[in-house]
Design a protein around this ligand. Structure first.
Ligand SMILES: N[C@H](CCC[C@H](N)C(=O)O)C(=O)O
Length: 276
């Protein structure tokens, strides 16, 4: 079958977006791997699938696959692209779009200056909900990594994140430590690992080694998790500009019991079709 797709990105975190509302196709694991392959396929960090909702109270179902083929619970940069996609394709005319993911419902809205604002839902901090192995909930945890003790925050935005505070993201051991922490046994479902440099209480720099991908130019849920972890450690205010290698996001969180709000851009690069 010739499957039409749209290539998009959120601050350089890139996606192949596939509409399975006007197209009928059952995506197989090998299709995801081919689509995401930067040499033999199209190439992307994640494949995003647009489907009819199962819940009658929401507008769409949003499925997310990492380039390693793993299906995951949430993707923040992808959510902004999802909103732009369904509006540009006239799959909806709504300005507030409710979308179901495997980790819950998120709400998407387009702002006056063409940015997309996403209610990412409430972060989960209890170890069992992340999941992360720990005796009790804490702002940070000590982890033994190859004989050295590291301190990191652990947060779920629907997907699991570990967040380390570093002096300088430019010299942080992202490629050395990222894969070790991604697969650390205390993260039973693995984790996305953020390396956060605190500039001041309203500005951070962040690099993320993503679960199932590696380092990406940006990670929306990673930006949310970093601000939550930073606030829980008393280091950040409620509204934070998160500067990633691909650009900046505005993350707002009023504290436990409240959702995390993310605002940022979404970009369409090209349309195409792939023979599967
Ligand atoms: N790699 C992530 C999914 C994509 C998250 C990221 N691209 C974002 O913008 O939130 C995971 O395995 O949980």
């Amino acid at each position: 079958m010739l499957l039409h797709f749209t290539k998009m990105h959120g601050l350089g975190n890139d996606f192949v977006v596939i509409d399975l509302i006007t197209q009928r196709y059952r995506l197989r694991p090998k299709d995801i791997l081919l689509i995401a392959d930067r040499h033999f396929g199209i190439g992307c960090d994640q494949v995003l699938v647009v489907e009819h909702p199962r819940n009658p109270d929401v507008d769409f179902r949003y499925r997310i696959y990492n380039c390693d083929g793993s299906e995951v619970e949430q993707c923040g940069n992808g959510a902004r692209c999802f909103a732009k996609f369904v509006l540009d394709k006239k799959l909806t005319g709504k300005r507030k779009i409710k979308v179901e993911t495997s980790s819950g419902i998120i709400e998407l809205g387009v702002t006056a200056d063409k940015q997309v604002r996403v209610n990412m839902g409430k972060p989960q901090l209890k170890p069992a909900d992340i999941p992360f192995q720990a005796e009790a909930t804490a702002p940070s945890y000590n982890l033994d990594v190859d004989g050295q003790s590291l301190s990191l925050g652990a947060v779920s935005m629907g997907n699991p994140h570990g967040v380390l505070v570093v002096n300088d993201v430019a010299t942080a051991p992202v490629l050395e430590l990222g894969p070790v922490l991604e697969a650390h046994p205390r993260f039973p479902q693995k984790a996305n690992i953020g390396f956060m440099q605190i500039i001041d209480r309203r500005n951070i720099k962040l690099r993320v080694f993503e679960r199932g991908v590696g380092e990406t130019l940006a990670c929306g849920t990673g930006a949310c998790a970093a601000v939550v972890a930073g606030q829980e450690q008393g280091l950040l205010d409620q509204s934070v500009t998160v500067t990633l290698p691909g650009g900046a996001l505005l993350i707002e969180w009023r504290g436990q019991g409240h959702p995390v709000m993310m605002t940022g851009p979404a970009t369409t690069v090209f349309e195409g079709a792939i023979q599967l």
